[in-house]
Design a protein around this ligand. Structure first.
Ligand code: MV4
Length: 451
């Protein structure tokens, strides 16, 4: 096992990883930007190294500074968290070259899954279902139109290097294709310096279901069941839960087995997530593979009893998984609400400021992952998520009741947050029925999508 690990991240996930390291008896090294001197992850780590100015480009994305911090402090491994460098193949490669273990999959797997079109082809070859679509990269309107006609409208135009909704457009018919294709391609070129596109049949209002997998370096792969992350606002997840409320046990098992097959097909190592779209008729399709730990991993931890961060560290240290699929038992139900420093009255604009007063909820089955505290100053340089509230109950109804109670108890003064919005969603009849799909907010809360 490692003696010392560097955490190349900030915020709640850095705190989460540092706690896991401490519990495992491993020393932790935090890195921080000039804006984060007073951050909780800096205070909780055994050592901390300043890696640059506030802008992420100059600090949390500065590979050389982070590698240098690991070398100077003699850290043997780096945990990248999510976001920042977590899915950067060059960073994983740089770690490999410098003899520092990157806690995640190999650079080559990150790269192969980072190209969504290539990932699609790889999965199709492995027998994992994908939405009918193009195999060859598409660069022009002419090629695109020909492909779309074959697939059948409506189609979804996507960027090979896309993700999070960037470079993605729906074309309802051939008449609107050119405009949609060109705007998606322009967005892609600007964002990723690449204009490779692919096209799929459009699936209307699917559920976003993702399966958590763990793979060790001996080829053992298991899954920890699914999460329903359908409730999103402008491609930002708002509420996640596990298990999904509306699928059969047969479908659940099929999703799990398919995710394991997908991970094995790419020789995956460490924790990963396979994203699927599930349509109204129960058919599901591979979308993307996320080669990192996810924001919403706690809901899976609550229902499986497995500490995903600790497993990531054990796997990276070369340990075998200490359990098999048979040992995994999913019980109860967990729901997560993201708490963001943003103003629902102003189109969910991020609104940094100082947290003047804060009261965290608690009690049986309540978990709160956060890096903020009374007096904490939120920097405008980073993501607006300030906390994740997770409620665990013996069944979905109990989890919903606990979440409702815990949201009601939460008090954050000094900044605007989306807590009331979370409360409204959780209390809606549609949510209580488990009636989630990616059109949920559009359908039930259209006022929150205007502006
Ligand atoms: C789709 C789709 C419908 N049909 N692909 C959005 C981000 C990226 N991960 C994939 N996304 C979608 N791909 C086809 N062929 C609908 C979405 C989508 C979506 C997916 C998950 C969660 C929320 C979403 C909101 C809008 C669209």
């Amino acid at each position: 096992m490692f003696d010392k690990v560097l955490v190349a991240n900030r915020g709640e996930i850095a705190v989460r990883v540092i706690r896991a390291l401490r519990e495992m008896g491993i020393a932790s090294v935090a890195v921080y930007s000039e804006a984060d001197r007073q951050s909780l992850h800096v205070m909780l780590a055994d050592e901390a190294v300043c890696i640059g100015p506030a802008p992420s480009q100059d600090s949390y994305l500065n590979m050389e500074a982070i590698i240098s911090a690991a070398v100077v402090t003699k850290a043997q491994a780096i945990h990248p968290g999510y976001g920042f460098l977590s899915e950067n193949e060059k960073f994983a490669q740089l770690c490999e070259i410098c003899g520092i273990k990157f806690i995640g999959p190999s650079a080559s797997v990150i790269s192969r899954m980072g190209n969504k079109s290539e990932a699609r082809n790889t999965m199709q070859k492995a027998g994992v279902p994908v939405v009918p679509g193009t195999k060859e990269p598409i660069y022009s309107v002419k090629e695109g139109k020909r492909a779309a006609k074959k697939i059948g409208y409506p189609v979804m135009i996507k960027a090979a290097l896309g993700g999070g909704g960037k470079g993605m457009r729906v074309a309802e018919s051939e008449a609107g294709f050119e405009e949609m294709f060109l705007s998606a391609q322009l967005e892609t070129r600007k964002a990723f310096g690449d204009d490779t596109m692919y096209i799929e049949r459009y699936v209307k209002d699917p559920k976003h279901i993702e399966v958590q997998i763990l793979a060790d370096s001996f080829g053992n792969v298991i899954h920890l069941g699914e999460r329903d992350c359908s409730i999103q606002r402008r491609h930002q997840k708002v509420i996640e839960e596990s298990p999904c409320a509306q699928i059969t046990e047969a479908l659940r098992n099929k999703l799990g087995r398919t995710a394991v097959k997908a991970a094995k097909a790419v020789g995956y190592e460490n924790a990963g997530t396979i994203e699927f779209l599930l349509d109204g008729s129960g058919k599901f399709y591979f979308m993307e593979m996320n080669t990192r730990v996810q924001v919403e991993h706690p809901v899976t931890e609550m229902v499986s009893g497995i500490d995903i961060i600790k497993e990531q560290i054990r796997i990276a240290a070369g340990e075998k998984l200490s359990f098999s699929q048979r040992d995994i038992k999913i019980s109860g139900h967990a729901i997560e609400c993201r708490i963001n420093a943003e103003d629902p009255e102003r189109g969910f604009m991020p609104c940094p400021g100082t947290i003047e007063n804060i009261h965290f909820p608690g009690g049986n089955g309540i978990r709160l992952d956060t890096h903020v505290y009374q007096g904490y100053k939120l920097s405008p340089n980073y993501d607006s998520m300030i906390a994740k509230l997770i409620a665990y109950g013996k069944d979905r109804e109990e989890a919903v009741r606990k979440m409702r109670s815990a949201l009601g108890e939460t008090l954050i003064e000094g900044i605007s947050t989306n807590i009331d919005f979370d409360y409204e969603l959780v209390n809606s009849p549609a949510f209580m029925k488990g009636n989630t799909d990616t059109g949920f907010i559009q359908k039930h809360f259209p006022k929150y999508l205007r502006k």
